[in-house]
Design a protein around this ligand. Sequence first.
Ligand SMILES: Nc1nc2c(ncn2[C@@H]2O[C@H](COP(=O)(O)OP(=O)(O)OP(=O)(O)O)[C@@H](O)[C@H]2O)c(=O)[nH]1
Length: 266
Amino acid sequence: MTATDDSMDDDVFETQEDTDNKLKLLENSIDRKADTRSPTGYRGYKPPTEVLNLCKTNVLDDVQIVIHKTILLGDSGVGKTSLLVKFDTGKFESGKFSATVGIGFTTKVVEVDDTKVKLQIWDTAGQERFRSVTHAYYRDAHALLLLYDVTNKHSFDNIRAWLGEISDYAQDDVAIMLLGNKADCGTERAVRRELGERLAKEYNVAFMETSAKSGQNVELAFHAVAKELKCRRDGHKDPNRFNVQDYIREQTQDNSAVQQCPPCSY
Ligand SMILES: Nc1nc2c(ncn2[C@@H]2O[C@H](COP(=O)(O)OP(=O)(O)OP(=O)(O)O)[C@@H](O)[C@H]2O)c(=O)[nH]1
């Protein structure tokens, strides 16, 4: 499977008009909020011009598309922006990104079983003060990638709270994948892989460890989500229900020689 920037033929999921209306709503709400005092200091926030331009080019050019909205969530500093940039550009630049302010997105086409699936991937700010803004985006999300940092126990302990917010604000059938990021940090590890696996099982969500730095499982995380979303859409035609965790297991076994986590003592 490969990820490309090609457009795709498929039926309409979100139209140009829908996207236009959302942009207008976003711009209006930002203008309105700028008029009032904000306890968080967020109300004056305007998305960067590039984000708005991105909306106006990449999405609006393709009218005949299926957009699967995928959101990256998790505490500040767990690596959401780095994971997205690695997937998008193949690059990791240590310490390059300042904390995300508000929200922005990138679109990426992923090829699954000879079909193109368009993921609109939203990167959110992990900082608490932006939480009310990001909640607004949960409602129409098809998939959520929830990250913690394997070197930061606190970010793992907060996952239950994140899952609580997800159940409050997202659709019941949203696809959720828990990602333990920074798996390259062998000696600094503070959260064992088994703890992540156990938590994911408890909440019945998919799980894998990733590294935006080494690239471990980065493509796989987004491909697994794309495959899950495609299978959900095709569900009525597919008698053998796709199981995303089995798929991840098969794929990581295939690649285990290159993707093995360094031994750790936790
Ligand atoms: N070693 C290692 N460092 C990483 C990895 N992913 C991200 N980082 C580093 O962790 C720091 C935070 O990464 P970001 O991508 O900005 O984190 P974020 O979750 O987007 O943070 P917010 O925007 O504040 O929500 C940066 O210094 C990254 O270089 C990884 O997989 N391995």
